[in-house]
Design a protein around this ligand. Structure first.
Ligand code: GAP
Length: 549
């Protein structure tokens, strides 16, 4: 059977130390992959460029939070109820499938099963019922009756639960963005797409907090005339950011700006612009938290268009949910031009009544009452530690006071660009892969951008003559001291050594030959053109750094 690009690439990736199936000596398990030495370096380079985009081009700040996340957080965020895939299980062969994977795009999964249109891809049995399965891995913190928890399905919640602290850190000014790069975990039903669908995968997410009355972005004017590649599920469009916002194709400046930042990032790391588009989510596809979402989709020879980045307007969904569940003040302040005197109604807890009635829970109830911004309805039901509690009206008093207010409180909105790093790594490899038929063998080249290439320079002596070897090793050391990642190789013909470097995407190779011993010059060979320059050793570092960008 002829091999497709995916097969060829995965064979190369394993043989040359990019990607290995995890736990292979024990038979492996679907949805888990390791990065080998070159894959790890490629991942590191892509994440470094991602950070440059979000920390420097956009002025976000970075945090790290635990991957194990308390039940309460994911209950409040809606993941416990909503983070599910509609699943079918085959009675005959016992295999389980996500219904979405078995129906054509645009067809309702529920209806397809009800109509008997979905059958087992392994044994042909028709499925008659489907049920939602939660995708989170659950665990307990501590032994015995430990606290229930999950491995986080997204890094975002770690940012939301710190909002009040980050707001203070960012001088209480909106907008500000917070990024997190780390693992996400999903117990995918039947992962069959290699590194594109894993059960533990690398995410890079930004949560950008906005005043809902002003979803403009300070960098928008600089990029407003740049062109976005858009697809609204019917037609492809090339629109400037400004036109897309003015025509209502994209809801606001901030969303359009982060779409552009995403496009710029993906093209920078080596995605083929002809295999890139933004696709708008239809109403029935939106995640439980999203109001509008655009996916950056990349085209794969085997898998078709695949979502690699989701850019969602999460509105006030998450912060509102965490305010309601934790009763912590996660509001922001919109300042008035001049302070105003306003009559406000406040809820004053009566601890004399709350204490004896609710004992240990009285403190939490007090906090919840003080945080209320509207006059409570009777009967007042509060949720404390997941338990619904009815609070009698004699436990609090509603008082009217005149207050000088410097501004009004509101729940910030969130725009979220969310990147799947492993998918991007796969597409950087697929889009840069070329196989050339040379006489009786296939010659493979990864045309990686020098900034993402795991190795920057191959260093060789032309032949294994002691004097050439010594000079080549000195040059290798010199380049490493200048922070260039090199690969020294003296094994096999020079043609084989170039081929080995081309196959892993090393942009340049330096060769020491007999002339080098006489005039201290070396050849520098370019991976893509195979052209060679003769360069003096004393200007070699500057020359290479210029070529590598
Ligand atoms: N916080 C938003 C969020 O989690 P998502 O669309 O579910 O959104 C974000 O995930 C990105 O993570 C996706 O665009 C995709 O690139 C990547 N991703 C999601 N599930 C994945 C999986 N099972 N394996 C690898 N990458 C995945």
């Amino acid at each position: 059977m002829p091999q497709d690009v995916y097969n060829k690439l995965m064979m190369l990736a394993k043989r040359r130390g990019f990607i290995y199936p995890s736990f292979e000596i024990y038979g492996g398990v679907a949805g888990f992959y390791d990065y080998g030495p070159l894959g790890s370096q490629l991942k590191h380079n892509i994440e470094t460029i991602w950070r440059q985009f979000y920390l420097l081009k956009d002025s976000c700040v970075e945090i790290h939070t635990p991957t194990i996340t308390l039940y309460e957080v994911l209950k409040a965020s809606g993941h416990v109820e909503e983070f599910t895939d509609l699943t079918v299980e085959c009675n005959k062969c016992k295999h389980a499938f996500k219904v979405e994977d078995l129906v054509k795009a645009g067809v309702s999964a529920e209806e397809a099963v009800q109509n008997g249109d979905v059958s087992c891809p392994d044994c042909g049995t028709t499925f008659t019922e489907a049920h939602p399965v939660n995708l989170m891995f659950s665990t307990y913190i501590g032994i015995g009756t430990g606290r229930p928890a999950f491995l986080r399905p997204e890094t975002a919640q770690g940012i939301f639960t710190n909002f009040h602290l980050l707001y203070r850190y960012c001088r209480e000014k909106l907008p500000f963005g917070v990024i997190q790069v780390g693992k996400g975990f999903r117990n995918e039903i039947s992962p069959r797409q290699g590194t594109l669908r894993q059960r533990e995968f690398a995410m890079a997410e930004a949560e950008v907090f906005f005043d809902p009355e002003n979803k403009n972005h300070r960098n928008f004017p600089d990029v407003k005339d740049k062109i976005l590649y858009l697809f609204d599920n019917e037609k492809e469009m090339k629109l400037s950011l400004k036109d897309a916002v003015d025509q209502g194709v994209i809801n606001n400046q901030a969303l359009a700006y982060y779409m552009y930042l995403t496009q710029d990032f993906l093209l920078t790391v080596g995605i083929n612009p002809k295999k890139f588009r933004f696709r708008k989510h239809g109403g029935d596809e939106l995640a439980h938290y999203a109001r509008e979402c655009w996916d950056a989709e990349l085209l794969s020879e085997r898998f078709g268009w695949v979502e690699c980045v989701g850019i969602a307007d999460r509105s006030a969904y998450d912060l509102t949910a965490h305010i309601d569940a934790s009763h912590v003040d996660m509001y922001a302040l919109r300042k008035f031009p001049t302070p105003k005197e306003i009559t406000v109604k406040k809820v004053l807890p009566n601890m004399g009544k709350l204490g004896p009635l609710f004992k240990r829970k009285a403190g939490a109830i007090q906090k919840a009452l003080e945080a209320m911004t509207t006059v409570p309805k009777h009967p007042l039901i509060l949720t404390i530690d997941g338990q619904k509690i009815s609070v009698p009206s004699e436990c609090y008093e509603v008082v009217e006071t005149i207050e000088k207010q410097v501004g009004e409180r509101f729940v910030p909105h969130v725009i979220e660009p969310s990147y799947g790093i492993d998918r991007i790594i796969y597409f950087v490899l697929e889009h840069s892969f070329e196989e050339i038929q040379k006489k009786d063998e296939e010659y493979r080249v990864l045309h990686l951008d020098p900034r993402v290439a795991p190795l920057k320079v191959g260093v060789f002596p032309l032949i294994s003559d002691e004097r050439l070897v010594e000079q080549a090793m000195d040059i290798d050391r010199l380049l490493r001291d200048a922070l260039l990642t090199t690969f020294y190789d003296e094994g096999g013909t020079i043609g084989r050594r170039y081929a080995r470097m081309d196959e892993v995407g090393t942009p340049l190779c330096v060769t020491v030959d007999h002339q080098s011993l006489e005039d201290l010059t070396v050849t520098v060979r370019d991976r893509d053109s195979t052209e060679q320059d003769r360069v003096p050793v004393d200007t070699l570092i500057a020359y290479l750094k210029k070529r590598l960008g």
